[in-house]
Ligand binder design. Structure first.
Ligand SMILES: Cc1cc2nc3c(=O)[nH]c(=O)nc-3n(C[C@H](O)[C@H](O)[C@H](O)COP(=O)(O)OP(=O)(O)OC[C@H]3O[C@@H](n4cnc5c(N)ncnc54)[C@H](O)[C@@H]3O)c2cc1C
Length: 432
């Protein structure tokens, strides 16, 4: 069958195997020449693509739950959506969650995903107590910060390249509501949004939508969304989808003019400079989950989500340059999200470092590769890096300059026989 990541680029022919227990995993690893693990396929590019894919979704058991401590053990194919449905009514939520809940626990560990609270709570691996990992020879290793430490730090953020995560034990966070107290603040330009992020850095959640087509004095105009957990003991929530995109939009639908119009309307939607409201946890964290197959709006050729991070001290200048380049190209879409990251962790190839991260969606169109190569240069000039979970095209050199511990990671892979057996399209492209 033909498969792709969420960005629908690249598309390849692959055979998919979905084992329902560990011994089937072991047999599969012995049988195939090489393979890569896959969860719910929400990474955008080619990190979960290989001609042989081991899909974790049937490893979907919740194994144990300690209601007093909020510690859960489950198989790696359990999704964050399933954890929320089961544990939010009991007052437990994820410590860190990405912008979609349709990802698996294995995928969240492998990408070491971040949320709107990285500046306060770090990334997903900070909530991981331990996990069990199957190596190519079928051996199962328990990894934690005190046991098999190096494999722990390599696997968190290691994009599935250290073996198959079978199950994990995770710390949840106690909450007193299924609602978020949200404040939205308008910022007229990039300087203003940076000041606002800094001013509100003690707020638990923060994220900004940026109008990346705005120019001159409006460059970087944005809406900052801040959130704190409500405490009203209301745990009611509904997770039904409202809308689904049934077919590929014609490529012409998203162009400079439609996106500019959308951006103007969206920015002006926040009528006051500060707006407060109560938002359900699902709509605050996962607005896009309400639209099924939203990736089809970019047309059948697919799209790239370009996400980079720049260190704090060079963020403002670097972002000015990048936004100038993007706005004059006219290629960016309406989904442009800016977040503040806190400290880097010990994982070998995790994405976050202290600074600002911007994610931009761009449909695949003539001129896009030249534009992205140009942006790569700016990112590297400012000592930044690109996010592997979103990537489908970066060159080996761009990866290696952005991730200084990449060689240690590769040596570990060689030592454990992983480089022969566990590979993705991405790992081959970037020299891992
Ligand atoms: C709408 C949307 C919003 C998003 N928002 C964010 C965000 O805010 N922050 C963020 O960090 N990310 C975000 N992402 C990206 C997403 O969280 C990650 O790509 C995540 O890894 C996807 O998990 P998955 O289960 O779909 O894994 P897949 O996409 O299937 O795989 C991703 C990687 O995990 C590996 N993997 C999966 N399962 C296993 C396993 N059992 N053992 C070993 N390796 C495994 C794969 O080999 C691959 O390298 C978003 C994605 C979408 C579509």
């Amino acid at each position: 069958m033909t498969i792709s990541g969420w960005g629908r680029f690249p598309k390849i022919k692959a055979s998919i195997f979905s084992p329902h227990n560990e011994s089937k995993c072991r047999d599969y690893l012995k049988e195939v020449e090489e393979c890569i693990a896959q969860g719910l396929g929400r990474s955008y590019g080619d990190s979960a693509l290989n001609s042989n894919v081991l899909c974790s979704r049937r490893l979907n058991l919740i194994l144990d739950f300690n209601d007093k401590e909020g510690i859960i053990s489950c198989e790696s194919g359990v999704s964050l959506a399933e954890l929320i449905e089961t544990f939010l009514p009991r007052g437990w939520f994820l410590k860190v969650t990405p912008g979609t809940r349709f990802v698996t626990v294995g995928g969240a560990i492998a990408s070491d995903v971040h949320g709107k609270n990285h500046h306060k709570d770090g990334s997903f691996s900070e909530s991981v107590i331990s996990f069990r990992l199957m190596l190519p020879d079928g051996e199962i290793i328990l990894c934690s910060r005190s046991q098999n430490q190096e494999l722990f730090y390599a696997t968190c953020g290691g994009m599935g390249l250290t073996g198959i995560i079978l199950s994990a034990t995770i710390q949840l966070e106690k909450v007193q509501s299924a609602y978020i107290k949200q404040t939205t603040i308008r910022a007229a330009n990039l300087n203003e949004i940076f000041d606002l992020f800094e001013e509100h850095k003690t707020t638990k959640y923060s994220v900004a939508w940026i109008d990346c087509l705005a120019r001159a004095k409006d460059r970087g105009r944005s809406l900052l969304m801040l959130g704190e957990h409500d405490v009203d003991e209301d745990f009611s929530f509904s997770s039904s989808k409202k809308l689904s995109i049934p077919f590929d939009f014609p490529s012409i639908t998203l162009n400079r003019y439609t996106v500019e119009l959308f951006n103007r309307l969206y920015y002006n939607k926040a009528k006051n400079s500060v707006t407060e409201n109560k938002s359900s946890l699902l709509s605050f964290f996962y607005p896009l989950d309400a639209i099924g197959n939203w990736n089809k709006i970019y047309g059948s050729r697919g799209f790239i989500q370009y996400q980079f991070v720049l260190p704090r001290e060079s963020s403002l200048e670097g972002l000015q340059k990048i936004l100038t380049k993007v706005s004059t190209s006219g290629m960016a879409s309406f989904l442009a999200v800016l977040k503040l990251f806190g400290k880097e962790n010990n994982n070998l190839i995790s994405f976050p470092l202290e600074g600002y991260t911007l994610a931009l969606d761009m449909k695949i169109q003539p001129g896009i590769w030249e534009l992205l190569n140009h942006l790569d240069k700016i990112v590297l000039d400012y000592n930044g890096r690109l996010y592997l979970a979103k990537d489908a095209r970066m060159k080996a050199d761009t990866f290696q300059r952005g991730y200084p511990k990449w060689e240690q990671f590769r040596q570990l892979r060689d030592k454990l026989g992983l480089s022969e057996k566990i590979n993705s399209l991405q790992s081959k492209r970037i020299g891992l």
